[in-house]
Ligand binder design. Structure first.
Ligand SMILES: NC(=O)C1=CN([C@@H]2O[C@H](COP(=O)(O)OP(=O)(O)OC[C@H]3O[C@@H](n4cnc5c(N)ncnc54)[C@H](O)[C@@H]3O)[C@@H](O)[C@H]2O)C=CC1
Ligand SMILES: O=C(CO)COP(=O)(O)O
Length: 354
């Protein structure tokens, strides 16, 4: 890595902007890092002005993180190649449906020695009925190592500097130390583990479970019902990792990226909120996303679709009934009330001790 480590944040949505607060302050504070941190902003007009110009003049992302000042060393750049070209560390934090397009633009245009860190929760659909982890996609397309950061990190709470923990998945301990320096604050505590794939899978799958939590909220289920969704969801997450990514560690599920993120998202996340409204209003997920989130993007319903694409192609839908039911409810194939049948008949209730 260069003498002064240059950092670029690829993304500037709700989470991208919240993390820019932390990264900007730490980059300025620590001599290891170049003060100036570039932030790729997907350009759009807000009240007749370019969002990049608003951010660079007011130091606030008025659309995706209103009410919070970004450090002045965060520089919004509308061209992703320009933003990323000199960076030693690339922090990827866009809704997962946009990463392929950005990867294509960045191909051959970044430093060969750059290191990636993905904060993106979701999967990519692979040809032939499989799926790919976003960090693997980044490594494959950009030819750089890519680590992950996932955790119980609702962006608005992080921006308000409310205490939380996060998990970094990284196998290279020197790189991990650099990441810890860049992200850790008194209110954002970093734990590093080497079980990188499982960390990322936890982050992606919990968004599916959060939709289930929203459905039961929408149907007037109680806290016990929601706890059952969380527990059964966790069991399917563990099984998913066990079946498709064998060799991962059970302990990873007890990190912030696992059970903690599952809980916070099932109570406070956007996936939960929109899924509750889906049941109460009968509108489509897409319509509610547009109406309720002001440009922010849901990850749960498309992640459910990506997972279902793979499960179906392997004839394994019935092995993951909660994930399957959530996908079918989001796409109108079964009614939300059918979710209770899914919970009632879950194979976990057929278990006896051996
Ligand atoms: N918001 C949160 O609380 C958290 C989000 N995450 C994850 O971080 C990732 C990014 O989420 P957020 O920052 O919240 O994004 P967001 O949900 O706020 O999405 C809006 C962002 O998408 C951008 N965008 C829209 N169309 C685009 C296009 N065609 N190409 C590129 N960008 C486009 C917008 O400019 C904006 O920056 C997701 O995978 C999410 O699951 C992770 C932890 C917390
Ligand atoms: O990932 C998150 C919190 O860690 C945010 O979840 P939502 O996308 O459901 O808001």
């Amino acid at each position: 890595m260069a003498d002064k480590v240059k950092v670029c944040i690829v993304g500037s949505g709700n989470w991208g902007s919240a993390i820019a607060k932390i990264v900007g302050v730490n980059a300025k504070r620590l001599p290891t890092f170049e003060d100036r941190v570039t932030m790729y902003v997907f350009e759009e007009q807000v009240d007749g002005k370019k969002l990049t110009e608003i951010i660079n003049s007011t130091h606030e992302n008025v659309k995706y993180l209103p009410g919070h000042k970004l450090p002045e060393n965060i520089v919004a750049v509308p061209d992703v190649v320009e933003a990323a070209k000199d960076a030693d560390i690339l922090i990827f934090v866009v809704p997962h449906q946009f990463i392929r397009g950005l990867g294509q633009q960045l191909l051959g245009k970044i430093k060969k020695t750059a290191v990636g860190l993905s904060l993106i929760k979701g999967f990519d659909v692979a040809e032939g009925g499989g799926m790919e982890l976003i960090s693997h996609l980044i490594t494959k397309h950009l030819n750089i190592p890519c680590n992950v950061l996932m955790g119980a990190n609702l962006a608005n709470e992080v921006a308000e500097e409310k205490f939380c923990e996060t998990t970094i998945g990284c196998r290279d301990m020197k790189v991990a130390q650099t990441f810890r320096d860049l992200f850790q604050t008194p209110n954002f505590r970093v734990v590093v583990v080497d079980d990188v794939d499982a960390v990322e899978i936890c982050g992606a799958l919990k968004n599916i479970v959060a939709c289930g939590a929203g459905f039961v909220d929408g149907m007037g289920g109680g806290d016990n019902t929601k706890a059952a969704v969380i527990r059964l969801g966790l069991m399917e997450m563990i099984k998913f990792v066990d079946v498709f990514y064998p060799g991962s560690k059970l302990s990873t599920f007890f990190e912030s990226c696992g059970v903690a993120d599952l809980i916070t998202t099932c109570y406070g996340g956007r996936n939960r909120k929109v899924s509750e409204a889906f049941v109460k209003t009968g509108k489509s997920i897409k319509q509610l996303e547009d109406e309720m989130l002001n440009g922010q993007k849901l990850q749960g319903p498309i992640t459910a679709e990506e997972v279902n694409f793979m499960l179906k192609s392997k004839s394994m839908e019935d092995k993951f009934p909660l994930f399957t039911a959530i996908h079918k409810i989001c796409t109108g194939q079964i009614k939300p009330a059918g979710f209770l049948d899914c919970l009632r008949n879950h194979p976990e209730h057929m278990q006896t001790f051996s």
